[in-house]
Design a protein around this ligand. Structure first.
Ligand code: PLP
Length: 416
């Protein structure tokens, strides 16, 4: 049995190259983060060998005494972190958490009301090709053209017209906070369940920097790898009355054996999320996003959706720019900043091109970036998005990116 480098030089080389890419560039994809070493160590442990269908104390396999301890730690920590009655830490991903949560509340054909993908919603909130759009009857709400905030009057109107069994609040590309109390009021008015998908902002909720949906929602789902900074995976939190249905819809409903190595890594991440250093990092995350938004709105031809941000991301509006979203993404890549192009609300360009880029600060905050660094990052982005910027200027910006990357070494302990 050899090491990865000995056994599989091709995979090893690509992993080493990816470490180099993460170190040498500025990661600003809003849904990404850098998992701490302890998280990666748990995820790379012998727990990957273990079958453990079932739940702690009620497994369908022998030898689960240690994974039971681990899964119970993850459950206890995440319920304490978010003040929830119930948690399921087994969903392999955010999408599977949503699939299980919706299966627990709905039957195929039931009506769901969610935020339109083109206005910042997620695929699992009702997109046509996704399980959510295929299994359920979907109605979509939008943001308003005036202020780019979720149009709560439309949510209420659609709720009354379509009588959904479930309303989903949550987003993948939306720079503001949602009014959970208002969603609850509307859900109650039409007898709907309320599910909040806090995948993007869970780290902010954990540290009190964003209102918590837990007191308002029947079910709260999340990923663990975005602002929360843990391993790639999903969780479900809920009121106690939904516990039984949720447990059975995750396993055996959606999944077989849980990934106990990932669950161990989730447990570590939940522990870290309760520590002061994590709160301080979330504060820098928010501050960084604010700095980027404030700099970009001053740039001619560049807008910021909703005029600013309350969260960890900025949605850059390039509808008035010569550059489209794809060109902007490529420009930023050229100078060493990784983002994704993203449709903006009322986007005239097709989704593959789009008129926006989504820029997030969680990964750089994890790397130690503070206000001064983010001010420099914001200026680099603003200059790179000038349509007239030529090769010489882009080279200069790339050199400034390299200085920032060197100032904040990533995973110095790792060799590959
Ligand atoms: N929910 C929201 C709001 C998301 O933004 C995402 C990921 O982008 C997901 C769910 C899905 O998570 P995963 O990619 O782990 O399936």
């Amino acid at each position: 049995d050899g090491t990865l480098a000995e056994t599989d030089p091709e995979v090893h080389a690509a992993v080493a190259a990816e470490l180099g890419r993460q170190r040498g560039s500025l990661e600003m994809i809003a849904s990404e983060n850098f998992a701490p070493l302890a998280v990666m160590q748990a995820q790379g442990s012998v727990l990957t060998n273990k079958y453990a269908e079932g739940y702690p104390g009620r497994r369908y396999y022998g030898g689960c005494e240690h994974v039971d301890v681990i899964e119970q730690l993850a459950i206890d920590r995440v319920t304490a972190l978010f003040g929830a009655d119930y948690a399921n830490v087994q969903p392999h991903s955010g999408a599977q958490a949503n699939a299980a949560a919706m299966a627990a509340l709905l039957n195929p054909g039931d009506t769901v009301l969610g935020l339109d993908l083109a206005h910042g919603g997620h695929l699992t909130h009702g997109m046509r090709l996704n399980f959510s759009g295929r299994l359920y009857d979907v109605a979509a709400y939008h943001v308003s053209a005036e202020d780019h905030r979720v149009d709560m009057a439309e949510v209420e109107r659609l709720a009354r017209e379509r009588r959904p069994k479930l309303i989903i609040a949550g987003w993948s590309a939306y720079p503001r906070q949602l009014d959970f109390a208002e969603f609850r009021r509307i859900a109650d008015a039409v007898g709907a369940y309320l599910m909040v998908d806090m995948a993007h902002f869970a780290g902010l909720v954990a540290t009190g920097l964003h209102p918590s949906p837990v007191p308002y929602a029947d079910i709260v789902t999340s990923t663990t790898h975005k602002t929360l900074g843990g391993p790639r995976g999903g969780i479900i939190l809920a009121r106690a009355e939904h516990a039984k249905k949720l447990n059975s819809q995750v396993f055996p409903g959606q999944q077989g054996g849980p990934l106990e190595h990932v669950i161990a890594a989730k447990a570590v991440a939940f522990k870290l999320a309760g520590e002061p250093a994590f709160a301080e990092r979330q504060q820098r995350t928010l501050e960084g996003a604010r700095i980027v938004a404030e700099r970009l709105v001053t740039e001619p031809g560049v807008g910021v959706v909703s005029g600013g941000t309350d969260v960890h991301l900025v949605l850059v509006d390039l509808r008035d720019s010569e550059l489209d979203g794809k060109q902007a993404e490529d420009r930023l890549h050229r100078v060493g900043i990784t983002v994704n192009r993203n449709a903006v609300p009322f986007d005239p360009r097709p989704p593959m091109v789009s008129s926006g880029v989504r820029i997030g600060t969680p990964a750089l905050a994890a790397r130690g970036f503070g206000a001064e660094d983010f001010t420099e990052v914001a200026d680099i982005i603003a200059r790179a998005l000038r349509p007239a910027a030529g090769d010489a200027e882009l080279d200069e910006l790339a050199a400034r990116v390299a200085v920032l990357a060197d100032r904040h070494p990533l995973y110095p302990e790792l060799t590959a």
